[in-house]
Every structure is written in C-alpha cells, then in structure tokens.
Design a protein around this ligand. Sequence first.
Ligand code: ZN
Length: 382
Amino acid sequence: MLSLLKNAQVYSPRPLGTMDVLIANGKIAEVSPNIPLQSNLGLVSIIDLQGAILAPGFVDALVHFTGGGGEGGFAYRTAELSFADAAPTGVTTLVGALGTDSVTRTPAQVLGKARELSAQGLSCYCYTGSYHLPVKTITGSIEQDIILIPEMIGVGEIAIADHRASQASLQAFIDVVAEARVAGLLAGKKGISFFHVGDGNGKLNILREIVSCSDLSITQLYPTHCNRNRALFDDALLFLAEGGAIDLTTSTSPQLLEQGEVSCPEALHAIYDKGLDWTRVSFSSDANASLPMFNLEGELVGMQAGKLDSLYAAAREAVQRYKVPLEIALSVISANPAKTLGLRDKGQLAKGFDADCVVLDPQSLAIKQVIAKGQSIWTEQV
Ligand code: ZN
C-alpha cells in the first residue's frame, strides 16, 4: 500500500515549499512538487493536505517512559508513559532512560517499555545505565548492551554536577565514554554518552576534562538540562561554541522558572539571536521524570512530573512568542537530536527516511495528525 500526501507545505525541517510526499512500506519514497499517481485499484491512498504544514515526526532524546523519581520516598514515584498519552504529542521517536532510581527500576524495564511502545507504532530506543557509576546494565557491560541489543544506542543519563550524582573520578567517566564509543563503532551506532547536568558549581567542566584528558571527541558527549539555571545555560553556550551539542529540557513549572530556569523558547531565541550554531541544539521533554525542587539545605520541597507534550509546546512558543523561524524550532525537536544521537533514519522528511510526519495547521501550528512509520497513529477529532 502506498500513501500519497498532496499539497503539503513541507518542512524537512528546511522549508521546501508546496510538495507531495509518497510513503511506501513505512519509508518516504519521494518528496517532489507533483507526484503523478492515481488512486486506481485502491493501491494508493491519496490525502490532500490543502496547504497544511508537514513536519518530521518529533525526536525526544530523553523520556523516562518507565516513570522515574522517588526523591522524597516511594510516594513520589512517577507513572509510566502510555501510548495513548504519547500519540497526540507528535513525538514519534523516543529515547528512554532511567533516572535517579536504578534499584526498583532497571535497564531491562526500560528496554521492555521501549518494545511495548514500538509494537504500538512508535520508534523507541534507550540508554543503558543510569545516573550512577558504575552503571547498571542488562548484559553485564555497556559494551555488550550497545553491541547486542538493537535499541541500546548509548549510555545515560549519567549525572554530573549534582548532589544525586555518584561523585565519581574523572577516570571513571572517561572509561564509560570510551566503552560506549567503541561499542557504538562496532555496532554501527553513535554510542553517545548522555549526561544529566545538575545545579552543581562544576557545570559542564567535567565534560571538558574528559575531552582534554583523553583522545575522546566532544561529539560523543550530550549534556541535558542545560537551561536549568542562567549560569549553566551561559556555560552551555560556551560548550556549544567549543563544538559540543547541548540539550535543553522543555518540562518546567512556574516555580522552576521563578528559581532561575531559562525557558526553552527564550533559550532558543537567545541562541538564534547570538548567531550560534543551532544545528547542535536540541530540546527534550524529560517526560514522566520527577521534577523535584530542593531548598538550599538539599531538602525536598516539591515535586512535579515531566510531560511529553511540552516538547512541541516549547517549539511552538519559540515561533509564536519569540519569532524564532519555524525551520529552527522544528530542527531542535527533529533533525538536530536525530543527528547527535546517530539515528540515521529519523528526524527528516526526505527520501529514504522513516515516514514519521506531523501535520500542522498553517495558521495556529496546532497538531492535526501524527503519522509514525507510515501509519496514522492520531488524528484531531473535530
Ligand atoms: Zn535528568
């Protein structure tokens, strides 16, 4: 069965103008101005998008789809992500991670959940390990997990600059990044090392030390939560200028913004305004994570949960409130994270890529329909 989407304003995420998009076997077979196919014999399903925007399915580099949390005790564990909650958000590629708790939650549960959501139509990957070193794995080593398990694309989210981190030595971090890198090479993956960055004074310094004290490249490192406070965000902009990729967290709350978090739309506007390389900037949702709030004594004073729909909401706000070009706002939730993670079939509306697409209203930018691997998984009910 072929599907032909006609008269779409295609953002690949680059703006390509009005195009037809042909989907075959879950892949994008063609993107061109006028594809002359008829609906003879019912072999082609033709949908006229009438000038709606067609964007790549969104790529989220950090989703706690098994739930997370526990800071504050068991009453604070957060819920698992369901397919029904995920489908309307436009996020079609999700990378799952453990968080602070790697005892009552395990890498095997993350892998199982990735397979559940993939069986329902999404594309799911995961990181082996968790916040702490030495990391917990499924097979006994980072290397074996990445080489032997298709969904495992790297290691993470390893905590740095955080009172919840394992406070490990520089050499321990170098060993982990090196192991993930070599395993990635052998498995044809990026073998990325994904870092949770906390409020600590060290900010991104340990990542710079990893690069300066080894032969490892800065491109193997992917720090997240880089917008959690102004000082860390400023340091992240330096890291970006040094050639690194940075990830910003879209799930937020009024309290976190009050405490100094830089909102993702504002952060992206600043990066665009300063003329920095936004192709190495991404947003992730941190969905279903706990968002704990601590006072100066390190005591828990509140808790919220991350939300998957915050990913596109932040990109949309960057366009509508901060006048960031749509191409850039879409890139940070599609092509950019896909490239940093090494997901070669994801994040672009181009021939040969997976047919993950989001239909957007051209005026309001609201999500109208979500297509994952060529199948419609959600349509707005009017
Ligand atoms: Zn985190």
